[in-house]
Design a binder for this molecule. Structure first.
Ligand code: SF4
Length: 315
């Protein structure tokens, strides 16, 4: 069966001969469809609305490989694999085949999908999926409509709730793309709502890809993204978010000296958020520029520097 794998994943197992600056923490796979995805998300290169090469997802190249050839090699190198789905005829049936093949080689599996029936979720769990990704993408129903998401917003939130019932609290990871036209308050409220449902949030910075309808849409400002990363980190640690972050002024009020233990580890908020070991190296930015998501802890700035940069006192 044909499948796509990120170029970094293929380099890590010796199939692609490219130099990578950070190895992927999990093996990234993408369901193959010659025509791409039947959905019409305006920001996505896989969408049927896009003229971009179907070899791309965000700014990463995903060559086509044979699943049966690549699966044993992935299992030698990685503990976990992430399978991202596209919408096409019989895509759920194909996903079951993919999951069973990867499971056979002992890989742990994160499956990322649009809303599907709960009965399928239970079957995926029995086949070896232990974390579920959900492509909510938009922070509000209005943004979802504007960017062409394929299902009503409520259908995604219902799906998150059902997925938490099947996989358990903390095992459902909701993908949220910020910089699509939402307000920062809308984004924080949606992150809080997702945590309240028992799921986690994996943040993505909008990345314009040539050939998509949003190719000229700007990237979110880095400060906006940092404050959302910090809000997500604080919410996932049950910390008093609004007393630390001034959402409307897009800045951080606190300094390390204030005795809150979570502040000492705040740089961790800049790491790629998601399933265990997921680091998506340079998925939304060039390694040569400022990083939205840091793939490696060794790259993180000291917390004092981060708090100084984002301080409300100098904003
Ligand atoms: S958080 Fe990472 S590993 Fe999990 S589903 Fe999303 S991309 Fe895949």
């Amino acid at each position: 069966m044909l499948i796509r794998a990120s170029i970094g994943t293929l380099a890590a197992v010796g199939i692609a001969n490219v130099k990578v600056l950070a190895e992927p923490g999990v093996a990234y796979l993408l369901q193959y469809s010659e025509e791409g995805c039947l959905a019409e998300c305006h920001f996505c290169s896989q969408s049927s609305k896009s003229r971009a090469s179907k070899d791309l997802l965000s700014r990463v190249v995903w060559p086509v490989v044979e699943l049966e050839n690549v699966a044993p090699k992935l299992a030698e190198k990685f503990e976990r694999t992430c399978v991202q789905s596209v919408i096409k005829p019989h895509f759920v049936e194909e996903l079951h085949q993919i999951v069973k093949t990867l499971s056979h080689y002992g890989l742990k599996i994160s499956l990322s999908t649009t809303p599907i029936p709960s009965s399928d979720l239970r079957t995926f769990k029995s086949e070896g999926v232990d974390f579920l990704g959900v492509g909510l993408d938009a922070a509000t129903p209005e943004v979802a409509r504007k960017v062409g998401k394929p299902y009503p917003y409520e259908a995604y939130l219902d799906f998150v709730e059902k997925a938490v019932e099947v996989f358990g609290r903390g095992r459902v990871v909701v993908h949220l793309v910020v910089g699509l036209g939402e307000s920062i308050r809308d984004a924080v409220e949606t992150i809080a709502k997702i945590h309240a449902l028992g799921a986690r949030v994996s943040l993505f910075a909008f990345t314009p890809v040539g050939g998509t309808p949003m190719e000229r849409w700007p990237r979110p400002p880095l400060r906006y993204y940092r404050v959302l990363q910090i809000a997500n980190y604080l919410l996932s640690n049950g910390a008093p978010t609004e007393s630390i972050v001034d959402i409307d002024r897009v800045c951080v009020r606190s300094s390390v000296g204030e005795g809150l233990e979570v502040l000492r580890t705040l740089s961790m908020a800049l790491l790629t958020s998601g399933c265990p070991s997921c680091n998506r190296p340079y998925y939304t930015e060039s390694p040569r520029g400022e990083l939205y998501n840091y793939p490696l802890a060794a790259q993180l700035p000291p917390v004092e520097e981060l708090l100084r940069e984002l301080s409300c006192d100098i904003s």
